[in-house]
Design a protein around this ligand. Structure first.
Ligand SMILES: [Zn+2]
Length: 87
């Protein structure tokens, strides 16, 4: 099940499952975003932004800004977690 659903387990996630999570409401997603070097993406307003890959997604504020422009916010204490409110 862990492999089939790509569930985040330690060390990728150290946050225990919650019954009040944004996942329950369908307002959160756990995902890993990988690319090489620098990518150019558009934010929601159409502004081109260069984002450098970082092995620590929790500190990649450029990527967080692009996500936020689409209303998808990073929970910086949980590597794969993004949601509508950052929790
Ligand atoms: Zn999550």
């Amino acid at each position: 099940m862990v492999n089939g659903f790509g569930l985040a387990m330690p060390p990728n996630s150290n946050v225990a499952p919650s019954l009040t999570s944004n996942h329950i409401m369908g307002k959160a997603i756990d995902m890993t975003i990988l690319w090489t070097g620098e990518m150019t993406v558009n934010d929601k307003a159409g502004n081109s932004t260069k984002v450098q890959f970082s092995t620590n997604v929790n500190t990649n504020t450029q990527l967080h800004k692009v996500g936020a422009s689409y209303g998808v916010y990073k929970l910086t204490s949980d590597a794969p977690h993004w949601s509508h409110n950052g929790r």
